[in-house]
Design a protein around this ligand. Structure first.
Ligand code: GLC
Length: 738
């Protein structure tokens, strides 16, 4: 177990990447879905016995495991599945992940373009932009020789202390499903197969191989599963990656309920299920619906090799399953065009690709506070002190398998220690453009000094003498470990407090993986949440500070005022390490987590149910202009939608996110995001937002069937989950569907 833990962290750091082309113009897939089905059946029928367990298993293509031979044609990266040349079936050459082609500590001596964190992407509320980001990183993957990108992380943020929060879009199923689907569609537009992951209920890293998520079927299908259902509908991912954790007692990768019943029967998912790396415990996971064992050499056995072939030789159930496994994998290969569009190694247009990363961060930064319109700063400001956050070096990035680094590696790499042979790869890294340089470039006449922030008194003394103080505060997150609480680590709260006391024009720039507490908030002038800013993070932050960018980000996750407000104030099993869980499992113990406490009411819906007031609500974000919402009109029928006018009543162009919330249904359901649209509006102009209504948010789910009763439904346009306009009512007929 320990190995797997450090393995994941190692993978994070031990991943390298090469240059690649920018996002090529998307060409239509080589084959329609029906054609893909037909071709898959044809090829499967032609398979010889020894070919039938070739596609069903892959290896971890990193030279870290003793006596494992990596095929010469493999590209060092997350995974490699041998092809079948006799049948023109290509190998699957797999890289991580959602934020760009991941890094292997320079093993391939190359780098890639880092997108901002998925939480930043979630803050854009802009599916079109997220699609462009997916296409860009897939273009880089192709140029390095990869045809599979293990992206599409869309687990809901049930616990903001989850170490992988930065890899996910947010806490709401519609918001995460739509943005996840866009990212997946962008990747696959480049004929690179995308995953959607981690299926499902992978909500914390503590004990991730052991914890057992307990949740009622209907609540599950109206929350985490709904995010996957929408992402699969809209993105059509070639593969679903099942998770490490257990769900209702069964390992997710061996769960008949999750894989056979929900995914393949109820949702009629035509693609294949790949395991996470080191998540397969037995050959009979195939009967539960698993189609491919990933990183097979780190499981106890290559179950989906000879043992699967032997099972198929003696048991018709296995033989039938193996045929289906191959058809599913082949179908995805053909539907996405991997066979007809092999990756072509090519130079990278880093400038063009970084511009996409910049556009995402420009729209992902959330302005949380701006007392007396302190921001935007004038470029004629006399003196600025920039404090902390390695702002002189770059912006923070998250650890784990999504870790991306630029060519030449990170600007700063802080060893974070840990145990085991791979701990030396566990580093907190900063990369991308540095905020300090970007601030200096935009305010060339200003006297800009940098203080590293280690000594609060020193920072306060310098701040006292400056016109403006900008404190950068970081919260590093990584796969493989959760954060113990939501406080900024390393005494940063003290530094911010004393600087704010020394200078009322103190601006805090947060570079965090997720929500954090802000005990100093009332003493500051302004607060920006910049998340992990990616390749051009510093530039985007500076442009927002000086008003070259009008911030339009909206929070994709609730910021609690205290962890006591969470469904589980104590992080389940905090303090236990993988060795403890392994021993417990061996002794027959189980480690349940009761998600029925909140059920489908994740995030803002939990706060509404409890009447709790968050620090900042889901959907919140300020800007440098103001918007007036007109009356909402709801159009029913087959494609129900809402329209509303958005007037820009300020002096600058800007974008607003029209959030349509369901306020009540005849079945007594309350507060759910039912649709959203981002609208750009010139100063003084009026634009109309058209918001498609996702009917599944109006319905209840019982055993996979959606049903909404006839009657009156009330909606309201919101600036956040706690700031709703007047409600409008509309009558819908009863509907039932699967
Ligand atoms: C990791 C992660 C998964 C990643 C895979 C391959 O442990 O859970 O997201 O894609 O292994 O690196």
């Amino acid at each position: 177990m320990t190995f797997r833990y450090t393995r994941a962290v190692a993978l994070a750091v031990l991943l390298g990447s090469a240059g690649s082309a920018g996002a090529q113009t998307a060409r239509s897939p080589q084959t329609s879905e029906a054609n893909a089905d037909r071709r898959a059946s044809e090829t499967e029928r032609r398979m010889q016995p020894d070919e039938r367990t070739v596609l069903t298993r892959g290896l971890w293509a990193i030279p870290l495991i003793p006596n494992v031979t990596i095929p010469a044609e493999a590209v060092l990266g997350a995974g490699y599945v041998t092809g079948i040349p006799r049948l023109d079936v290509p190998a699957l050459v797999e890289t991580d992940a959602s934020l760009g082609v991941s890094y292997i500590a320079g093993l391939r001596k190359d780098g890639a373009t880092a997108l901002p964190s998925a939480t930043a992407m979630g803050s854009t509320w802009n599916p079109g932009l997220i699609r462009r980001g997916g296409a860009m990183i897939a273009g880089e993957a192709r140029a390095k020789g990869f045809n599979v990108l293990l992206g599409g992380g869309i687990n809901l943020m049930r616990d903001p202390r989850n170490g992988r929060t930065f890899e996910y879009f947010g806490e709401d199923p519609l918001h995460s499903g739509v943005l996840g689907g866009a990212a997946i569609d962008g990747v696959q537009s480049q004929h690179v197969l995308s995953t959607v992951k981690h299926f499902a209920l992978n909500a914390q890293e503590t004990g991730r191989h052991a914890v057992d998520g307990r949740i009622a079927d209907d609540a599950f299908r109206m929350s985490d599963l709904l995010a996957f259902e929408i992402a699969i509908d809209q993105g059509k991912p070639g593969a679903v990656m099942c998770a490490y954790n257990r769900v209702e007692g069964a390992p997710a990768c061996g769960s008949d309920y999750l894989l056979n019943r929900v995914l393949k029967r109820d949702w009629r998912y035509p693609g294949f299920v790949m395991s996470d790396w080191g998540a397969v415990g037995a050959t009979d996971f195939a009967l539960a619906g698993l189609d491919q064992q990933s990183g097979a050499q780190i499981d106890k056995q290559v179950f989906f090799g000879a043992p699967l072939a032997a099972a198929a030789a003696r048991d018709p159930a296995y033989a039938g399953r193996v045929a289906d496994m191959n058809r599913r994998i082949l179908r995805s290969i053909y539907a996405i065009g991997l066979d007809a569009n092999p990756p072509v190694k090519a130079p990278i247009d880093f400038a063009a690709n970084a511009a996409i990363a910049r556009a995402v961060e420009d729209e992902g930064i959330v302005l949380l506070r701006n007392r007396n319109a302190l921001l935007p700063l004038s470029k004629d400001v006399g003196s600025i002190v920039v404090i902390g956050g390695y702002a002189d070096a770059g912006v923070l990035s998250g650890g784990g398998s999504t870790q991306v680094q630029p060519v030449g590696g990170p600007a700063v790499s802080l060893p974070m220690g840990g145990e085991g042979p791979l701990a030396k790869y566990n580093n907190q890294t900063f990369h991308g453009t540095a905020p300090l340089a970007a601030i200096r470039a935009l305010a060339p006449k200003a006297k800009v000094t940098f203080v590293d922030g280690r000594y609060p008194a020193e920072a306060a003394a310098v701040a006292r003498r400056a016109d403006v103080a900008i404190v950068f505060a970081t919260q590093w997150m990584s796969e493989g470990a959760d954060v113990p609480d939501l406080s900024l680590p390393g005494g940063q709260d003290t530094t911010i407090a004393v600087v704010a006391a020394a200078n009322p024009k103190t601006i805090v720039v947060l570079e965090t993986g997720g929500p954090v507490l802000m005990p100093w908030l009332e003493r500051t002038g302004a607060v920006l949440e910049a998340w992990y800013g990616g390749a051009k993070g510093g530039d985007a932050i500076a442009a927002t500070l000086f008003g070259d960018v009008n911030p339009s980000g909206r929070l994709p996750v609730t910021f609690p005022a205290s962890i006591e407000q969470l469904p589980r104030p104590a992080l389940p099993y905090a303090g236990m390490i993988d060795r403890d869980f392994a021993a417990g499992l061996a002794a027959g113990k189980s480690y349940p987590i009761d998600y029925n406490i909140e059920g489908a009411d994740v995030g803002y819906r939990w706060f509404a149910r409890k009447g709790a007031v968050p620090l900042f609500p889901f959907g919140f974000g300020l800007g440098y202009t103001t918007f007036e919402h007109g009356a909402v009109k709801i159009v029913g029928g087959a494609n129900p939608r809402a329209t509303a006018t958005i007037r820009n009543t300020g002096t600058r162009a800007g974008s607003d996110v029209a959030q349509l919330y369901l306020v009540s249904t005849p079945a007594g359901r309350t507060l759910r995001l039912a649709g959203f649209a981002k609208v750009a509006v010139e100063s003084g102009a009026i634009a109309t937002a058209t918001i498609p209504i996702e009917l599944r948010l109006l319905a209840d789910n019982k055993g996979g069937r959606w049903s909404m009763p006839a009657g009156t439904y009330r909606f309201a346009l919101g600036r956040s989950a706690t700031d709703l306009g007047p409600a409008v009512t509309v009558t819908f007929p009863a509907r039932q569907w699967r």
